[in-house]
Write a protein that binds this ligand. Sequence first.
Ligand SMILES: NC(=O)C1=CN([C@@H]2O[C@H](COP(=O)(O)OP(=O)(O)OC[C@H]3O[C@@H](n4cnc5c(N)ncnc54)[C@H](OP(=O)(O)O)[C@@H]3O)[C@@H](O)[C@H]2O)C=CC1
Ligand SMILES: CC(C)CCC[C@@H](C)[C@H]1CC=C2C3=C(CC[C@@]21C)[C@@]1(C)CC[C@H](O)C[C@@H]1CC3
Length: 611
Amino acid sequence: MRMPGTRFQSGDMVMGRWPGSSLFYEVKVLSYDAKIQLYTVIYKDGTELELREVDMKSPTGFKPSHRSRSRSRSPSRRRSRSRSPARTTRRSSSRTTSGTFATETSAARKEPKMKEVLEIRLSPVARPVENNGHNKHENKKNDTADKVNENPAEAEQEKKILESRYNLRRRKDDGDAKPAEQTEEKEAEQKPAAATAPITTELEFGGRLGVSCMMLFLPVAVLGLMVVCSQEDASLMSPPSLPALDSLLDPHVFGMVVLWFLFQALLYVLPVGKVVEGIPLKNGEWLKYRMNILHAFVLTVATLGAAVHQGMDLSYIHSHFLQLAVSSLLFSVLLSVYLYVRSRWAPQDQLAPRGNSGSVIYDFFMGSELNPRIKGFDLKYFCELRPGLMGWLVINAAMALAEMKLHNLDYPSPAMILVNCFHLFYVLDAYWHEEAVLGYMDTTHAGFGFMLVFGDLMWVPFTFSLQSYYLVHHPNHLSLPCIVGIVTLNVIGFCIFRKANSQKNAFRRNPSDPTLSHLKTIPTATGKTLLVSGLWGLVRHPNYLGDLIMALAWSLPCGFTHILPYFYVIYLTTLLVHREARDEAQCRRKYGSVWDDYCREVRYRIIPRVY
Ligand SMILES: NC(=O)C1=CN([C@@H]2O[C@H](COP(=O)(O)OP(=O)(O)OC[C@H]3O[C@@H](n4cnc5c(N)ncnc54)[C@H](OP(=O)(O)O)[C@@H]3O)[C@@H](O)[C@H]2O)C=CC1
Ligand SMILES: CC(C)CCC[C@@H](C)[C@H]1CC=C2C3=C(CC[C@@]21C)[C@@]1(C)CC[C@H](O)C[C@@H]1CC3
């Protein structure tokens, strides 16, 4: 793609300086950000970094060094042989000239060792996700801490070297990198150019065909599961008796879905709760978010409680379950169309890196705009936590009432109580850690399109509540030891999930946090470090492990007669395995060969000794 006003163009193969050295490697130019005047380039080993124009040269005039022909090694392979990239910077240039596609300028060879180092600007670091607003600057210092090195003096020395040598800046589309300041001198030197969004070339989910199939199949699957769940024989093998199609779309029910969405939107804009800064935009602005979800939850419970007290029958949700799902689907489609249309006018620097392929169907599914907002109203953040997750809890409560009504019970069954309590606890935990969601992958990387809209507004409330829906029609007796066993399993899962997430969030907020000083870490070239001990040394995604253990505990109260209540476990396993692979690819791009070092250190992905 043509990038006006720049010396290098997207797709050009040029020589890019390896930060902290005088070595130049062949790199491919991916894009240019005019606002911060940095090129995103990719090295041959897959490391993506951002370089200034002064650190890039045209390939003509470079000669490969002698040894380069016989021993081919990428910058990071050289590094990984001995040390992490942070440490590599200490090595003398003579030792590092043996890479094939590493070539050294003759001028650079003559430079004294310290002068070889670029004028360094330390990589901007992760934005705090749970404590935003206080420590922007503190983080810049802290994230360079190298805790692998147990000797404080040496660690300090290493930190200084990093700080003084690195001129790396993480790719902006990694989401949490704050654009670095340019010196006035440099700004004057560089020509302004139009901001362009990188074109998505690697299509996920099987590309256009894959996402088209998903868009047709997923809604049908949700409705199919709901129909099967309500039948006496909830077997996936027995053909379900289908409801009349014209009964599925009820304008009254659709009105209720819209009302629910608007009610939650109203609670979101209430001027209560603190406002925090979230992820930065490509133009360097920080988005602001209001944290008032617990207020919204309490007000929702109070409003529904008052409505029930006034005679509203919550079991309406049970009797109109399918219609509600169809209306939510229709609402999701309409919202996704709106999002796609508005994304066509969105500024380039606000497009999501994964949803800008140029294919209508693919971009509609993935979402083109990263953070679509109407004034300050953030549609993605709002949908991720509010109408769907709260709707899920309301559906669960309605199912408990329906069970009592259907079976003439004074109280819901123990199985129903367990399922309701587990789900409530999970959602409340997410609400308690509301700010943490600002740092999760979906918030930082994903565009807001059909996948997430449908996921948030139809998939979450109507598939996550299948267990309680199932129990209405399929009571399951639980003995006391069973109850104790299931609760214990859920507690174990929750402890792993919470500890892993809190540890990572606290570490990203402040890598020098004294409560985490016992944990080992490895540094990366971006200035960020990775945890390699404790839960994060056991597997690469301990938070996923905890989530999966909880998922199992939620299904067990439904017994073993049918597979349907285990749908959530199957879904979550599939989603998290896929998500892990996506995250892995992303981290490999971000951290280069240090990620491989990390993977060697922490061998298993989600389940210790198994996977
Ligand atoms: N119930 C459900 O349906 C779903 C639940 N979830 C849950 O949501 C939560 C968030 O999940 P998700 O956003 O996918 O992923 P994570 O919260 O695990 O975030 C992954 C990021 O963490 C950082 N990271 C990875 N390894 C390390 C390490 N060793 N040390 C420090 N940082 C590391 C990397 O980012 P960087 O280095 O750039 O900081 C990586 O990109 C999870 O608990 C998950 O279980 C998720 C999806 C669906
Ligand atoms: C349509 C597809 C099948 C995929 C849908 C995916 C979504 C349902 C999930 C994507 C990421 C999610 C997260 C959560 C809920 C499910 C979705 C929206 C949480 C909010 C659940 C509570 C956790 O504490 C945080 C999670 C963040 C990611």
